[in-house]
Design a protein around this ligand. Structure first.
Ligand code: EPZ
Length: 428
């Protein structure tokens, strides 16, 4: 199994191209099920999760073709054309869903287009129990009949879906996306209240509008969707990855370096740059770049609470904790979205970090330095926080279970190495 070897202590300097957003690309790909015309998506990242969903869509009868899209700075966004002319099935099997929970995103579109769907129940995962009740309750509100049998969600809407007013008891990115897609083809008007405001939901909404959907309130927590009889094909460019942007911003800060992140949208990571500014890191935003620099100054301790957008993202919690491990004070980091998202803590502790967990909070007392060690983690963002810690630690860090990183960071090793990091991928 591949590992990443890092020899830390080098300030990173240079440019990093930011890829298309994984968490925007996945629902956009699922949206191709809503029309029999081609949906062309540009700036797709080359990631394991994208391949997993492509495999699932292919098994449902979606025809997928791909071309590269290299730009002058070596950024390779992919262009995928997805055509779901005649669907050959409506079943998302356990083997694919267990690899990636986001497979649940085919449920709403399949049901809306084919009138039925069978999707394996995703089950819990490393960061929490992650139920799908909000997805199922919402679809039931739209008139779907749903049964859970043999580990599968069996959903039927033989007479189609009907618009309704749905108030989510809790904001959920995936449930909002599933309901949004289903409602575009429902009969009449659907109102989604307490909808997730994450930019990836807005990206999906904008793409659906370009496919002929009628959606008001994009970017707010109240989405009003007027159903249409059918959607058309479209061409759409996936938004930049805000979590990748934030992760490299922390790479600059943690190593005391100076990075310019290209194809980024600074506005999407305001909650992260705000914390970094308070920690003494300088940031500059341009139209499509974000520059981040820490010039010899100490890292001040800052308290962080994860919140739904526009609050501080849970997907950046592990990375900011790695930064705070080097602060000159004590920082309280509170996780409010997932119940088990501190798997990086014992690994950071093995590198010398001083962190105490109490319930959903972690008290991080900054230390002068961390020491490289063999480490591993059980999810994507926890793994990348160990890479960040390794970049700033003294000595050698070996990050095991690289497949987590392959799920969500495109060419991570190359991008960091191009900015001076001593980092390599090794195969045993
Ligand atoms: C999305 O997951 C992202 N994944 C996650 O990114 C991200 O951490 C999360 O949103 C929060 O921002 C994708 O977009 C593919 P939720 P999602 O539904 O949609 C509870 C990464 O590292 N909930 O907004 O699954 C849930 O348990 C990943 O890239 C219910 O209770 O998240 C959680 O506590 C990890 N019932 C909270 O809501 C439901 O039916 C928010 O989850 C659904 C969710």
């Amino acid at each position: 199994m591949d590992r990443i070897r890092i020899t830390g202590g080098i300030p990173l300097e240079g440019d990093i191209p930011i890829s298309g957003a994984k968490n925007a690309a996945l629902p956009l790909m699922a949206a191709s099920l809503l029309t029999d015309e081609p949906l062309q998506l540009a700036n797709l990242p080359h990631l394991m999760d994208i391949s997993t969903l492509a495999n699932l869509l292919t098994s449902l009868g979606v025809d997928i073709t791909m071309e590269g899209d290299a730009t002058e700075d070596g950024h390779i966004g992919r262009v995928l054309t997805l055509t779901s002319g005649d669907l050959s099935g409506a079943t998302a099997p356990y083997d694919l869903v267990r690899k990636m929970r986001a497979s649940i995103l085919v449920l709403g579109p399949l049901l809306a287009r084919a009138g039925e769907a069978q999707v394996s129940l995703p089950g819990g995962c490393a960061i929490g129990t992650r139920p799908v009740d909000l997805h199922l309750d919402g679809l039931t509100e739209l008139g779907a009949e749903i049964e859970l049998t043999d580990g599968y969600i069996q959903a039927r809407a033989p007479r189609g879906l009907t618009g309704s007013i749905i108030r989510f008891p809790k904001a959920s990115v995936g449930a909002t996306e599933n309901l949004l897609m289903a409602a575009t083809l429902a009969d009449g008007e659907t109102v989604l209240e307490n909808a997730a405001r994450e930019p990836e939901v807005a990206d999906l909404s904008n793409c659906l509008v370009s496919m002929g959907a009628v959606i008001e309130g994009i970017g707010t927590d109240r989405l009003v969707i007027s159903g249409v009889p059918h959607l058309t094909g479209a061409r759409y460019r996936v938004m930049p990855d805000r979590v990748e942007t934030g992760t490299f911003a922390i790479a600059a800060a943690i190593t005391g370096g100076d990075l310019t992140l290209r194809h980024a949208q600074g506005a999407l990571v305001n909650a992260v740059t705000e914390v970094m500014e308070r920690a003494g890191v300088e940031t500059w935003e341009d139209e499509d770049t974000l520059r981040v620099r820490r010039n010899g100054s100490a890292i001040s301790a800052v308290d962080v609470i994860t919140q739904p957008y526009p609050g501080f993202p849970t997907d950046m919690q592990a990375q900011v904790m790695a930064l705070m491990a080097f602060s000159d004070g004590a920082s309280m980091i509170t996780e409010t979205i997932f119940e088990n998202r501190f798997m990086h803590v014992p690994e950071l502790a093995r590198m010398g970090a001083d962190i105490t967990i109490s319930g959903s909070s972690a008290m991080v007392r900054g230390v002068k330095s961390l020491k490289g060690a063999p480490v591993m983690a059980t999810d994507l963002r926890a793994s990348v926080s160990l890479v960040l810690a390794g970049l700033a630690a003294t000595g050698e860090t070996l990050v095991n279970r690289v497949y987590h990183l392959d799920r969500g960071y495109e060419r991570l090793v190359e991008k960091l190495a191009a900015c001076g990091a001593r980092i390599e991928r090794i195969s045993d």
